[in-house]
Structure formats: structure tokens, C-alpha cells
Design a protein around this ligand. Structure first.
Ligand code: LLP
Length: 433
């Protein structure tokens, strides 16, 4: 069957492998459910972005890893070793990055409602750049910076008015957003002017992020175009030339054989052609470009292993295959009806003759990993693998029904190591007084 990615294969025992390691053995060693990640697949994707960004935008271009996609100390160490920056969006992500020793100067601090504690923590840490969402936040950061006698480097989050899911540049789609200030309403220019009046923030540039899991190149090109033009408008109106342009993340990832592959380098090249072309034609200094992918760096690298429990056929309706995890470790079907590819890891080459609903073990009928999924015939005790779970699975996991969160196991060059240990029942009650 189509395993979607090169780091997945089938060995002589007929078992699914990840990074060359037998998933049935991994399940036996680490238990299920477990997230298994191929570390080389993550590093390769980071290198793809680094190379493409530098080739297309210039040697100073910097891709950030949007760490909301998958957050634990080890992933910040990997990002640091590869030379990436990171996007953190909360005090908890900042704390994790700091614990991992990630260089604060390469952290971009996001969020549409940074708390006083977040701002203080980030300034204590010396976070390089704040991405400022709104006027009130701008003034708050100015006040904090003034009290500390520092100048804080900032970008402003701008809404370019692109709805990526309609494939068109339309205005209302993203003007009505909790994030940023829209160009169209004049609020973007107003916040730029306000930022330029402040004494303790340095306006380095502007940021946008048009959406997530986008396969079409057009929204990215439109964003590059609109944002570069806005830099020119700022120069003309304020006599101030921005040095940095952050074009966000959002590139898609195949979850099933029906999703197309994405040529990440090509999308980056197309954005660069637009930005560079406009700058040259209009006498604007080419800004340093920042990219901010999350999903496309880690999703494909991960799989989740479960043990099959009951297999229940309801004649005339459907077959439920229940596994020992569910919406607490992967809430994405319950939230977004996201499609996944599943297979039986102990016989992935067997034909997928069944169409099943994969159910979790929570007391909730919506606790499903997917419906109408092709799968090999299966029985209690089989190991079931769900592919492409590296992004927004562990990061969004909960303890619903008091299920402990699964471990994150990194495999690399034939060696597996626990990057995040499985939660214990003791962990579950450790904050209960
Ligand atoms: N930058 C900003 C400001 C973002 O808000 C996001 C994602 C990213 C970068 C990274 O986007 P990516 O490359 O991962 O698409 N929980 C949802 C995805 C939410 C994305 C939120 N922001 C899911 O499971 O599909």
C-alpha cells in the first residue's frame, strides 16, 4: 500500500518500519499508544526549509519552527542544532524552549493576548522579537520595556486580507479575525504609526500568517505581494523602511493518498520572486525574510501506534475498531473531521479489504480517529498505526477520561529513545490537593 513517506517501509517480517525500525517491536518495548517520530525526517525538512529560504531570499533568511505543532524540550534542541529560529506562543512554550537552552535571540514570541506574566517572562529571558498583535498590547510592551530601560525589537502582526480556503484574495474573510490588524480597515497603518512613536520598541518589520494546511501556492504568493507592497506604502507614508518581513507558515502536508505532495522549495521560490521583483522595481531595500512552518516540519515524521481491542460489526451499519487511545491523543477528527491513513502495522502489505470506523476508548461517541477508513482485516491484539500524526497531536493531547498522555519516542539511525515519557497515573493526580 501507499505509505505516503520514504521513512516508512515494510521489513522482511512484513512489519511496518519507521526510520528502519520495526514498529511491532517498538510497540512491544514502549507500549501503546505511543507517538513514534523519525528524527531524521524532521531534520531533513528543517534543512529543506533552511536551504530553500537562503537560496531564494538570501543568506540572512531564517525559517522558524512554529513550536505549537509539537512542543517538548528535545524538539527545541533539534531546531537549535539545525540553525532554525522558533515561534513560541505562550509562557509554557517559552519556558520549554528556555529549559532546552534554545537561544532567546532566535525566538519570536507570538499570541493575540500576551499576559503580563508572559511579557515579563519573555523580557526576563531576553526574547529577541515580540510579534505584536494589537494596539493595547503594543502600549503594554512599550510600558514594560520602558520600566526595564530596554528597547524591545518587535514585528507587527498584519492581516493581509487573504482567505486561503477560497483561493482568492478577498477582504472580509480575514479582516474579521482575532489576529492582527487589517490593512484594509486602516488599522494596520495606524498601529505602524503608533509603534514608530514609541521610545522603547524598535519596529523591525511586519508579520502575516494566512492559514494552515494550504496546498495552493496562490495565497502564499498573494501574501508576499500584499505585504511587500505594504512595506512600500509604509516607506512612502512614514519615511521608514522596515528591515524584516515574516511570511508565516501554513504549507500543507499529505495525510492520505488523495492529498497531493507539496514542493516546499518551489513555494518559497515563488514567494521570493514576488518579493524581490517588487523591491527591485520600486527601489525598496529587500527585507530579511522569516518563514514560520510548523506542520510541514513535523507532521510526516510522526506515527501513532495503538493496540486493537474490540472489533465490533453492526450489520447493515459499520464496523468499529476500537483502539487503546483516541481523541485525547488525537483530537483532530473530532475537531476538524481530519482524514488520516491507518494500517495494521503487523501486516501492512495485506490488502485493505475493510472499511471501518476507528474508535477511541473514551466515553463519548464522537471519540473517533476516523470513519470510513480503508483497513486490513484486524483482530484484538493487532498493532494499528495512524500515519502523519507528528503535528498537532501530542501538542493538542489531553487527559480526558483520565487517560495518561502517550510517550514520544524518537528514532534515529536504528536507535530509539524516549523524548517524552509516558504519563503515569501518579502524574495524573500530582496537582490534585
Ligand atoms: N505562525 C502562526 C502565527 C500560526 O498561527 C501558525 C499556526 C503557524 C505559524 C504554523 O502553521 P503551520 O505551518 O503549522 O500550518 N490545530 C490545527 C492547526 C492550527 C494552526 C495554528 N497556527 C490543526 O490541527 O490542524
Amino acid at each position: 500500500m501507499n505509505l505516503l513517506y520514504n521513512h516508512l517501509s515494510v521489513n522482511e517480517q512484513g512489519h511496518l518500519t519507521i526510520g528502519g525500525m520495526d514498529t511491532v517491536e517498538l510497540a512491544a518495548t514502549y507500549g501503546t499508544p505511543a507517538y513514534i517520530m523519525d528524527e531524521n525526517a524532521i531534520r531533513n525538512q528543517m534543512q529543506t526549509y533552511l536551504r530553500a529560504a537562503r537560496e531564494s531570499f538570501g543568506a540572512d533568511a531564517l525559517p522558524l519552527y512554529a513550536s505549537k505543532a509539537l512542543c517538548f524540550t528535545g524538539i527545541y534542541r533539534i531546531a537549535a542544532e539545525e540553525g532554525m529560529g522558533v515561534d513560541c506562543v505562550s509562557g509554557g512554550e517559552l519556558y520549554t524552549a528556555r529549559a532546552a537552552g534554545f537561544p532567546a535571540s532566535r525566538i519570536y514570541f507570538h499570541g493575540n493576548n500576551k499576559t503580563v506574566r508572559d511579557i515579563n517572562d519573555a523580557m526576563d529571558m531576553g526574547v529577541g522579537t515580540f510579534v505584536v498583535d494589537n494596539t493595547e498590547e503594543l502600549l503594554s510592551i512599550e510600558a514594560h520595556a520602558a520600566a526595564r530601560g530596554i528597547t524591545q525589537r518587535i514585528l507587527l502582526r498584519i492581516s493581509p486580507g487573504i482567505d486561503p480556503h477560497t483561493h482568492k484574495a478577498i477582504s472580509t474573510g480575514s479582516v474579521d479575525s482575532k489576529f492582527g490588524s487589517a490593512i484594509e480597515t486602516g488599522q494596520a497603518m495606524a498601529i505602524v504609526k503608533l509603534a514608530l512613536e514609541q521610545q522603547h520598541v524598535k519596529l523591525a518589520g511586519i508579520h502575516c500568517h494566512v492559514g494552515s494546511q494550504i496546498f495552493d501556492n496562490e495565497p502564499f504568493k498573494a501574501a508576499a505581494d500584499i505585504m511587500t507592497r505594504f512595506i512600500a506604502v509604509i516607506k512612502a507614508e512614514c519615511g521608514y523602511e522596515l528591515e524584516e518581513l515574516n511570511l508565516g507558515g501554513g504549507l500543507g502536508v499529505p495525510y492520505t493518498e488523495y492529498d497531493r505532495e507539496v514542493d516546499y522549495a518551489a513555494v518559497i521560490r515563488e514567494m521570493a520572486e514576488i518579493t524581490k521583483g517588487f523591491c527591485v522595481a520600486n527601489g525598496i531595500k529587500m527585507p530579511r525574510v522569516i518563514l514560520e512552518p510548523g506542520r510541514s516540519l513535523v507532521a510526516a515524521a510522526g506515527i501513532t501506534l495503538y493496540t486493537v481491542g474490540s472489533v465490533k460489526e453492526i450489520p447493515g451499519f459499520r464496523t468499529y475498531v476500537s483502539v487503546d487511545g483516541g481523541m485525547p491523543d488525537n483530537p483532530r477528527y473530532a475537531l476538524y473531521q481530519s482524514r488520516y491513513t491507518a494500517l495494521i502495522a503487523n501486516c501492512p502489505n495485506a490488502p485493505r479489504t475493510e472499511r471501518v470506523t476507528i474508535a477511541g476508548r473514551c466515553c463519548e461517541s464522537g471519540d473517533l480517529i476516523g470513519e470510513d477508513m480503508p483497513l486490513q482485516a484486524t483482530k484484538r491484539g493487532d498493532i494499528l498505526a495512524v500515519l502523519t500524526t507528528g503535528a498537532y497531536n501530542f501538542a493538542m493531547a489531553s487527559n480526558y477520561n483520565r487517560l495518561p498522555r502517550p510517550p514520544v519516542i524518537l528514532v534515529r539511525d536504528g536507535v530509539a529513545r524516549v523524548a517524552v515519557r509516558r504519563e503515569s497515573y501518579e502524574d495524573l493526580i500530582k496537582n490534585d490537593l
